[in-house]
Design a protein around this ligand. Sequence first.
Ligand SMILES: Nc1ncnc2c1ncn2[C@@H]1O[C@H](COP(=O)(O)OP(=O)(O)OP(=O)(O)O)[C@@H](O)[C@H]1O
Ligand SMILES: [Mg+2]
Length: 318
Amino acid sequence: MVSSQGNNHYVICEDLFKIYKIADLEVVALRGLDLKVKLGELMAIVGASGSGKTTLLNILGGLDIPSAGKVTVGERNLLKISSRDLVRYRRQDVGFVWQQAGRNLIPYLSAYQNVALPLTLLGWSPRKQRRRVEEMLEAVGLTHRRRYRPDRLSGGEQQRVAIAVALAHSPPLLLADEPTGELDSQTARAILDVFRSLNEAYGVTIIIVTHDIRIEEEVDRIVTIRDGRTSLETIRTPQFRRPGTGPEGTLQVQPTNPIRGSNSPPGILEALRLRLTFLSPDGMICCTRTAIRLAGDSFTQIKPLTIQHRRRKRHSRA
Ligand SMILES: Nc1ncnc2c1ncn2[C@@H]1O[C@H](COP(=O)(O)OP(=O)(O)OP(=O)(O)O)[C@@H](O)[C@H]1O
Ligand SMILES: [Mg+2]
């Protein structure tokens, strides 16, 4: 289902607020957050603890209701949706992967049974279920573990089963909250590879919330949330080619909201300890960066420019 907004944005959040009330205390978890995600995009949301990442994911997944603003997913306006439609939306249109495997899988069911369960609940025929479960277990590379219960699977294997469960009913949107948080770096990389290959194979829109800086290598775009608002976008634009570099993922950085009043020196984006290629207002700059400085709507680099040519064979989607 494509957005009704007349473009290919599948998820649209505008001026989104979420205020939690605990007795007399109000906690503003989201304060005017804007976000657009295209259909079929694989993107990540990063941000400090408490910045509102899980709150946003819960809203997008229909598990929580925003206090104000606009949020649409496909044709659905999640602020105005009826409770019946919300249940249908949660069951059919969204898949979730949580950080804790215990929240994703039922411990006394095998990998196969876990993947089959949502399909049984949706009333799929046994034959159709069988085909789909086998397809999904193969897609995450776990056909040989189909009879294992979660306690006999490694953490990475459990997360792969969780991804298969989340995508079994072919939802157009997959939400993953810290899916690699409990994994070692090698296993985490393997899980991120699974997300990418499923995104490419099925065209599912994937939003991954993470603290994991390695995500840079795996996604099309990174959006940073700070204090309940999007503060920065990092975009990989695979269509760009530096002469002689071949099909490389080039990164473009754009401030979405100027950061004001932060504790750090004005405009220093400490989150960007990544290797990026920056797009300046007057043209493309290729560099290895540790920090950049915002200047109005543009930015300048702080450290000397280092020209680099990087090939990324795996990400040649252009
Ligand atoms: N149910 C709730 N009731 C009250 N306050 C809440 C609730 N859920 C979240 N908050 C508050 O909202 C803010 C954002 O929380 P959220 O869980 O979205 O952060 P996060 O970015 O996911 O953090 P982390 O990286 O630690 O998971 C925090 O200040 C948190 O204390
Ligand atoms: Mg969280």
